[in-house]
Design a protein around this ligand. Structure first.
Ligand SMILES: [Zn+2]
Length: 1059
């Protein structure tokens, strides 16, 4: 407190004294005050300076500066320490620029500079002050308009060993002036970019011992500033800047201690790297689908591609103003979007309510209500098996023979299975082939991807997240830059093009890999062999020009043990779990034939960063991100598949449902697969009913069945979220299993499951949308019956359940989350939303059933991948048309959730540090079902075997009382390497750096020799504290009673220093 009082006192004194020092006595006392202030402010933390600023300290110093500078022959004995103090204080005052303008101190300081360019220390002092003034853009512009740029630029010499501090001050001041766009334009127009490059080169070349790193860094900073406009970037490229930066960095990399120079130079190269349109004829998807009611010739022309990221799962809203704060709106229930009479059509979707179970007592055969059963082709067993099937033979043979439409070699499947067949539970390749034959796609696929056909087993061992090599991104950027610098060794050969059938199929490029993606869920539009690596371009969602994220393609023709680098160059999201340990997945046909049919996490040097590509037709200003990874294949001439995540096709779902149906005992388990409706492309959207058959056909048992609450589960509305399908697979298999908990659940509930809300999107390899180019999870408020039939009828079916008094007890829509780890739920709560939104409504008076928390609390206990802390229950305005919010608000379902599963892995629990596999995803589907038991534990009569499962039944809410953290917090730390180059990623100059420069201005031997004027004044300066060197010689130690306290603070006895 005392020192704050002292500061305060000094300020008021300075007000009085600094204005008009007239004689030597005044000068001395002014200097005393300045020095005491400096001593006070140098000690301890910045709090004192902040305090001084809040008390008008900046204004006092500015007015003193103006008064002194205006005199005919300014007295630098006072001005120099004043400028020094102003630099230190101003550096911490965010409004110093505005204050300086108001005090009319800006141009006088510039004038002082112009008049004193021969005096290096005065020059430096003026430059620092001008630099801090430029914290305001208008001040910087004002300086620029008054020749400030020119004056300062002339102070920057080629390499010299003299006056380095002043040179550095000039470069820093120039960089500060270049915060103004007007100044940047002027600088570029005056050829500063070229001049700065020459200066940078000169300082680099003549500094073999690296003694001027701060100056080189400051020059890079200036270059960074001048390239904020496109003319600046063009100038840098035209002047050979990229090459210069590249080669200077290489020498820096060779020396230790030059790390600080490398990153800014790399960022500068990235920023200036010329924009390159994607080599495509159009940004529109290759796949177009004529929409009913819309003219077919509306091929959208050059589109304004702006990647507005409104995905519900992937971007958290940082702003609370997205929260719905209107309590009435939150509590109101909108009128149904259709007349009640239309709901009658959904009676057929509740067969269990009308079934009479007459066959219960007879030995009837399997329920064969599924109309689409297709037997796999069983003939051909008699043909001789092929002698030796290689993976590479398999590629061409299988692709042609499995052409399901032609049915040319039906025996191939059997022979393969006979020879290499793996036993994968709930998967039958023949059924898969038959199901795929019925699947309708835009490109009319005639080829099956081997992994989907053959099946996948999770690997035996867990897969840890990939470690990130230091500077891996830098290495990739260098490779990208070399492409520009050495165009002669760029091959640039298109090796695959979805639009050009001649480029598909077997490779005629002997040393190139071959690519293929024209199969269900496939997504790869184009592959270009660049140098030793491949640029891959993803196809936009059908009828659309964006949402590039999901990929799935075949690659063949490789040599074993050779690293191949793949760059997916048109990703859109601003960051990715690929920067946090996630790897893509790979499936090897050769491995599968040898008994290891596994999708495995693969890829080294995985990283994700903004690149210099832009849309082929769209805005040049938007750009893309590169996902790069390197794969070293195990076998020569293998056929492999790479994907964003474990694929799960529509045909896989269809065949899976058939297998399940065959696996259940129809006398015990009621399993019915029906079609909710047909999709736009004419694929049936399955709806599955699962419940327990009644023990008898007695009225009592039938009544119990008909009174069971409904649980409605949906998944895969977003096609790229294949993880959701694996979770759903786990749910379906569990519910059909003989597990006692599953039996109990079937006896307690009727499950209505729509496992794939967006079949067309899944089939055609889109990431986010359906064929109408819309996100179906934004259609729930007013779904269009023609364009969004699955949503329209899913909602209609829920209305129907409502109308017959069977409002679902639980609704959950399974999704995948690309930016977070773990598995978690989003729910809906009026109270939490209102509270979080900061609304004035008193939430204590709001009554709400807290039952929506039971399932997440239970999952937190029983599911290792689940994170209760990542859950939230907020109703956002931007999500009001999602399934979760609409089902909650319009159907009145209290427990309406989105379940988000990571693509990557977990950062907590027993799976911590592991990437998720299909096993863990399926387990999550099981755990979700198990958690449903917690809703019934007080009312349900348990099967005895269930009671013996303590983990499920010892659910005590008191033990589950977690405190939710802030739901919006980022769960990833910033990336080690800057993903973006657009941000001003130049390191902020440290405040203490400027302090030490300023402090050094009074003591440096280097400067002393030249400044005759101040020569005699610096005698005993070096004995003084390093922190305060404003004008040390004038105040003897005796005037101050300074005691350093043990904690390095400073005590000054009040009164003594004024003597
Ligand atoms: Zn989603």
């Amino acid at each position: 407190v005392q020192s704050f009082n002292n500061v305060s006192l000094c300020i008021s004194l300075s007000h009085v004294d600094l204005f008009s020092p007239q004689n030597a006595g005044d000068i001395e006392s002014t200097l005393n005050i300045l020095n005491v202030l400096d001593e006070l402010l140098s000690a301890g933390t910045d709090r004192r300076i902040t305090y001084m600023i809040s008390k008008g300290g900046s204004e006092a110093l500015l007015s003193a500066l103006v008064t002194t500078a205006r005199t005919f022959s300014p007295n630098f004995t006072i001005l120099l320490p004043l400028l020094h103090l102003l630099a230190k204080v101003g550096h911490r005052d965010r409004r110093i620029g505005m204050k300086a303008e108001k005090a009319e101190a800006v141009l006088p300081t510039l004038t002082l500079l112009k008049q004193n360019v021969k005096h290096t220390r005065r020059t430096a002092a003026c430059l620092w002050v001008l630099q801090v003034f430029c914290s305001s853009v208008t001040t910087a512009t004002l300086l620029g308009q008054n020749r400030g740029l020119d004056v300062i630029f002339r102070l920057i010499p080629p390499h010299t060993t003299r006056h380095k501090r002043t040179v550095k001050a000039a470069i820093d001041a120039l960089a500060a002036l270049l915060c103004s766009k007007a100044n940047v334009r002027a600088a570029v127009a005056n050829g500063y970019v070229s001049a700065l490059l020459k200066l940078y080169e000169d300082w680099h070349n003549k500094d073999p011992d690296h003694e001027t790193i701060p100056i080189r860094l400051a020059l890079l900073h200036c270059l960074h500033q001048t390239t904020h406009c496109s003319a600046g970037r063009d100038a840098l490229v035209a002047q050979g800047g990229i090459s210069l930066l590249y080669h200077t960095i290489q020498t820096c990399l060779a020396s230790n201690g030059l790390e600080s120079l490398v990153e800014p130079a790399v960022q500068l190269m990235r920023k200036c790297y010329p924009k390159c349109p994607l080599p495509l004829t159009s940004d529109q998807s290759v796949y177009t689908f004529p929409l009913p009611g819309r003219p077919t010739d509306t091929a959208p022309g050059p589109q304004d591609v702006s990647f507005e990221d409104d995905s519900d799962d992937d971007i958290e809203n940082e702003e609370d103003d997205d929260l719905e704060s209107d309590v009435n709106k939150l509590r109101s229930r909108p009128e149904p979007d259709r007349p009640l009479e239309q709901l009658g059509q959904y009676v057929r979707l509740c067969p269990e309510l009308h079934h009479d179970f007459q066959d219960l007592d007879s030995d009837s055969e399997v329920d064969s209500s599924s109309e689409e059963e297709v037997e796999g082709d069983q003939d051909g067993k008699g043909e001789p098996p092929e002698n030796h099937l290689q993976a590479c033979d398999f590629h061409s043979h299988f692709l042609s023979s499995a052409s399901v439409k032609q049915d040319s070699h039906p025996s191939m499947v059997d022979r393969l299975l006979e020879k290499h067949g793996a036993c994968i539970p709930h998967h039958d390749p023949r059924m898969y082939t038959a199901a795929a034959a019925l699947t309708k796609s835009i490109p009319e696929y005639s080829i099956l991807a081997f992994p989907d056909f053959w099946g996948h087993l999770p690997p035996q061992s867990k897969e840890p997240m990939a470690g990130r090599k230091p500077n891996v991104q830098r290495k990739k950027v260098f490779e990208d830059v070399q492409r520009l610098l050495n165009p002669e060794d760029v091959i640039d050969e298109v090796v695959f093009d979805l639009e050009d059938p001649s480029s598909q199929g077997s490779p005629d490029h002997s040393d190139s890999l071959s690519f293929f993606s024209k199969f269900e869920c496939g997504n790869l539009r184009k592959a270009v062999h660049v140098r030793r690596y491949y640029d891959l371009i993803l196809n936009a969602d059908a009828n659309c020009s964006q949402h590039h994220q999901w990929f799935y393609f075949e690659v063949s023709g490789m040599a074993a043990n050779v690293p191949y680098r793949f760059n997916i160059i048109n990703c859109e999201k601003a960051n990715s779990q690929f920067n946090y340990g996630m790897q893509p997945v790979l499936y090897s046909v050769r491995e599968a034939l040898e008994g290891r049919p596994n999708w495995l996490r693969t890829g080294t040097e995985v990283c994700y960063y903004r690149n210099s590509f832009c849309p082929s037709r769209g805005q040049k200003s938007s750009s893309f991100y590169t996902l790069t990874f390197t794969v070293t294949f195990k076998h020569n001439e293998d056929v492999c598949y790479l994907a964003y995540h474990y694929p799960y096709t529509y045909s896989a779902l269809q065949s899976h449902l058939q297998v399940l149906q065959r696996s259940v005992d129809p006398r015990k388990l009621f399993f019915r697969q029906q079609s909710l409706c047909n999709t736009l492309a004419g694929n049936p959207c399955p709806l599955v009913t699962i419940t327990a058959c009644p023990p008898s056909k007695s009225w009592k048992d039938l009544h119990q069945l008909r009174n069971r609450p409904c649980v409605v589960l949906t998944a895969r509305v977003h096609p790229g979220e294949s993880n959701a399908s694996w979770v759903m697979k786990g749910t379906l298999e569990f519910l059909c299993s003989s597990d006692p908990v599953a039996e109990a659940l079937r006896e307690a509930y009727i499950f209505k499951i729509i496992p794939m809300l967006n079949p067309d999107g899944v089939i055609n390899g889109t990431h986010r949308c359906s064929l109408n180019g819309e996100d179906l999870n934004r259609q729930w408020m007013k779904p269009d019956p023609v364009l969004s039939p699955t949503i329209y009828h899913a909602k209609g079916f829920l209305y129907y359940l409502n109308s017959i008094g069977k409002t679902p007890l639980v609704f959950c829509d399974y999704h995948g989350h690309s930016r977070k780890k773990n598995v978690f739920l989003y729910g809906c709560s009026v109270k939490e939303t209102v509270w979080q939104s900061g609304s004035a409504v008193n939430t204590a008076t709001l009554k709400e059933d807290p039952g929506y928390r039971t399932i997440p609390k239970t999952l937190d206990r029983i599911a290792p991948a689940f994170s209760f802390n990542s859950c939230n229950y907020l109703v956002e305005k931007s999500r009001e048309a999602t399934a979760r919010v609409v089902v909650w608000r319009e159907m009145g379902v209290l427990r309406s959730y989105t379940m988000e599963s990571t693509y990557n892995g977990c950062d907590q629990g027993v799976f911590k540090g592991m990437q998720t596999g299909t096993g863990e995803l399926e387990e999550m589907g099981v755990k979700f079902c198990q958690s449903l038991l917690s809703l019934r534990r007080n009312t349900m009569l348990y099967n005895r075997r269930v009671i013996s499962q303590p983990t499920l039944l010892n659910l005590d809410d008191n033990l589950l009382d977690h405190k939710s953290r802030n739901c919006f917090e980022d769960d990833e730390p910033p990336c080690v390497e800057e993903i973006e180059y657009r941000n001003d990623s130049f390191p902020e100059p440290n405040r203490n750096d400027l302090d030490s420069e300023v402090n050094g201005n009074t003591s440096s031997a280097e400067e002393e020799e030249d400044d005759e004027e101040e020569h005699q004044t610096t005698g005993n300066s070096r004995r003084r504290s390093m922190k305060s060197r404003l004008y040390p010689h004038l105040i003897g130690q005796e005037t101050l009673n300074i005691k350093r306290s043990p904690c390095n603070g400073m005590n000054i006895s009040n009164g003594q220093y004024l003597s």
